[in-house]
Design a protein around this ligand. Structure first.
Ligand SMILES: [Fe+2]
Length: 169
């Protein structure tokens, strides 16, 4: 009997980015990739009002309730701008789950890496077990994943994303 082991929970959820009422400022060229982003340790660079926080929390909890999770804290949020920009492979630290909301998107750009991708290549099983996954996401959708999943962003144009981190309470 065919079975699957070690599944990774991932959700794709419709969301209206305007509902977050997120105001981002002080964009800088961040990380090795120099991606224009409001990523910052200063919460004043990315402010949401109470309604926006409530809306985002409800969308995330709607997904995480599948794992029996009932309360969360959005620990960090920021905006990324892509106009010929990309992002190198990374994972999100000090968080349990992470999300990306596609505020403007022409073609899917986020590439997730199978946690065992090096072993998959080393054992020539990549034609059977995909080492990468590019989710078929659209504008006004959110993807939510466990923060340990490494991912990158392909060189993209005319794209705006809102990313963030979630702690389970
Ligand atoms: Fe990321």
């Amino acid at each position: 009997m065919y079975q699957k082991l070690f599944e990774t929970p991932v959700w794709i959820q419709d969301i209206d980015p305007r509902g977050l009422n997120l105001i981002s400022k002080n964009f800088k060229n961040n990380w090795l990739s120099q991606t224009p982003s409001s990523f910052s340790q200063n919460p004043e660079d990315n402010e949401m009002d109470e309604d926006g926080q409530k809306y985002l929390k409800s969308k995330i909890l709607f997904c995480l309730q599948d794992l029996g999770i009932q309360d969360i804290q959005i620990s960090q949020i920021w905006r990324n701008l892509y106009n010929g920009d990309y992002q190198e492979k990374h994972c999100h630290v000090n968080s349990n789950f992470s999300f990306t909301i596609y505020e403007k998107l022409e073609t899917p750009q986020t590439v997730f890496e199978h946690p065992a991708h090096e072993l998959i290549y080393a054992t020539n099983t990549d034609q059977y077990v995909p080492p990468y996954w590019i989710p078929d996401v659209k504008e006004n959708q959110m993807i939510l994943w466990p923060s340990y999943l490494k991912h990158m962003v392909k060189k993209s144009y005319k794209s705006i994303t809102i990313s963030g981190n979630v702690l389970v309470k």
